[in-house]
Ligand binder design. Sequence first.
Ligand code: IPO
Ligand code: ZN
Length: 415
Amino acid sequence: MHIIRRAALAAAAALIGAAAPSHAGPAYITVGEAAHALLAEVAPQAREHSGADVPVMLPAARGSRALAAGRERVRVVEIDEARLPALSQAVHERLHRCGGFVHHDSLAEALATLHRLQQPAAAAATPSYAIDDSSTVTPLLAQMQDSQILATIERLSQFQNRYYTSSHGQAASDWLASTWRSLAGGRTDVQVTQVQHRGWPQKSVSLLIRGSVKPQERIVLGGHLDSIASPAGNEVRAPGADDDASGVATLTEVIRVLMAANFRPTRSVEFIAYAAEEVGLRGSAQIAARYARQKQAVLGVLQLDMTAYQGDATDLWIFTDYTHAAQNQFVADLAAQYLPELTVGFDRCGYACSDHASWTQRGFAASFPFEASDAHYNKAIHTAADTTATFGNHARHALKFGKLALSYAVELGSD
Ligand code: IPO
Ligand code: ZN
């Protein structure tokens, strides 16, 4: 079974290689252990420039919230740009530990990232994690509807794909920007923008609610707009219903309810649908790098990537690696306070498994609550089969993450 899978994978990789455009040049990536293990077969020419053991926190026992210090080898690798789709595909077809790779614009940037990963995170101003806004949060939670989330997932899945270089991927960005703009309803303290990126046409989408008291302090809630399936290109079918229409739709429902209630945070609260996550976290990397350069006080980041498919009896899974331990505890406390009927588990996902890693690499406190454990997440992702049918055509699981995200936005946005 395992051998057949590997053979099929190599054949598919060879096909993609053959179909790849000829304008290949060197690309620089950082990879964790899981993705690195695939390089020998996917890109035997890839050349390792450097490597280091980076500190990561891991659950002390499966699922438990107690943490143990661990290490993961992260490497800087030079790879032919034309082999990246094959690496993406191989990473995504793995049945075991997830995790991916981060794309960098140059070798110097890749080496700088590896260097930063070895530094203990700078003690940025930590916000209060006190949970003290229940009179605001509780009535808002009652407004949230799974039917709204499902409708947005269905709409986003109707784009042929949301690939970062495709015409459909650009159209999806335009659609989301106009949807968020109409939810903002002309509020002058709310700004919706499409963020342009260096290197590809798909724009990230941002909705920023300006803080009424400390507008320079900011909370970020994100998910990724793009989708992928192989062979990647303009016309491939990649509905990405779970990955990650679900996360974007979940954030959209948080926005809808906050706007309907005319919620005004004291800190600024920004929602971002990132472009180009599937190809090495590129959209979030540019945004996090810009905020670090501008010395923006981003006090917390929450990532929602895949919220709709319930893979375990345990409801919410918090990943402990490449995330912020104290903020993770806060997220678990929010669940205990506002979603007491739900169960929470802890797991690891490996290097660069979603956009939270872009923020962690720039020293910001990020958390990543996820739909399932590492063993039981939705295996239809990155194929034409990532449709709402795989999660029973409902968004009841996603709604749990919506409630968690709304409580995060209000509690951390109101100090
Ligand atoms: C992902 C994240 C964690 C785990 I465990 C499994 C899967 C999804 C992520 N790798 C992805 O493809 N995001 O777009
Ligand atoms: Zn994905």
